[in-house]
Design a protein around this ligand. Structure first.
Ligand code: PXP
Length: 243
């Protein structure tokens, strides 16, 4: 059975909308841990659109296990080496994208990714590479010395929305084959991006996957599970305060 890493970037997105102090990502992380997740994931982006440097330090000192998503960018690498999270997940990053699009091109950047992986290993940090379900990228990930790959499930998740098994099955099979192949090379296998309360079921049957990293669908669900109580509380304050 795989573990769950909860990505809390969207809590920081909400906070940054007002540039204030609330909602506090580290507070959300505590709730996620109490609810039973195995790690907290956050992405320190180059443009700092959600998670800020101080969040990463605070999370490191507060949570049981921090998985820091990041681009192979020297400024961010230096922060990550200083913070020393349990794990880093290296992702590609474009400033104009809404979220991470596509996997890391490990085979096209072997030297850079190997040097970065070595620097993290010197500090005892586990290195996972976020890649598309592609054997060439798996071989490259193995050759740079990564500990794990995270298979990008975004395309599968997008196609799953079409509700036709014939459409998403092809993409799903790529994930199955990649998970089997990666594990046969000795890499650990994680999965993430776009996973939700429905499309996770087929992915759960892939025995090789040891970690699922999920953010958006959990935060969206939290809004609707929590909205009723939040409104009730305000109604009760407004209607019951003596005039
Ligand atoms: N894994 C990686 C590498 C990601 O970049 C993201 C998005 O930040 C996720 C998992 C979580 O994706 P989602 O928010 O769609 O669940």
């Amino acid at each position: 059975m795989g573990g769950l890493g909860v990505n809390i970037d969207h809590i920081a997105t909400l906070r940054q909308a007002r540039r204030g102090r609330f909602p506090e990502p580290v507070f959300a992380a505590g709730i996620c841990e109490i609810a039973g997740c195995d790690s907290i994931v956050c992405h320190l982006r180059e443009d700092r659109r959600h998670i800020q440097d101080k969040d990463v330090y605070l999370l490191k000192s507060s949570v049981r296990r921090l998985n820091l998503e990041m681009a192979v960018n020297e400024g961010i690498v230096k922060i990550a080496l200083d913070v020393c999270p349990a794990q880093v997940t290296l992702v590609p990053e474009k400033r104009e994208e809404l979220t991470t699009e596509g996997g890391l091109d490990v085979s096209g950047n072997l030297d850079r990714i190997k040097q970065t992986t070595d620097r993290f290993h010197e500090k005892g940090i586990v290195v996972s590479l976020f890649i598309d379900p592609d054997f060439k990228q798996i071989d490259a990930s193995k050759s740079v010395g990564a500990d794990a790959i995270e298979i990008h499930t975004g395309k599968y998740a997008d196609i799953f929305e079409e509700h036709q098994e014939s459409l998403w099955y092809e993409e799903y099979e790529k994930i199955v084959k990649s998970a089997e192949y990666a594990m046969s090379t000795g890499l650990k296998v994680h999965a993430g991006h776009g996973l939700d309360y429905r499309n996770i079921y087929p992915i759960l049957s892939i025995q090789q996957i040891q970690e699922f990293n999920i953010g958006y669908s959990i935060i969206c669900k939290a809004v609707f599970i929590g909205l009723h109580n939040a409104v009730k509380e305000m109604v009760s304050i407004i209607k019951h305060l003596p005039k």
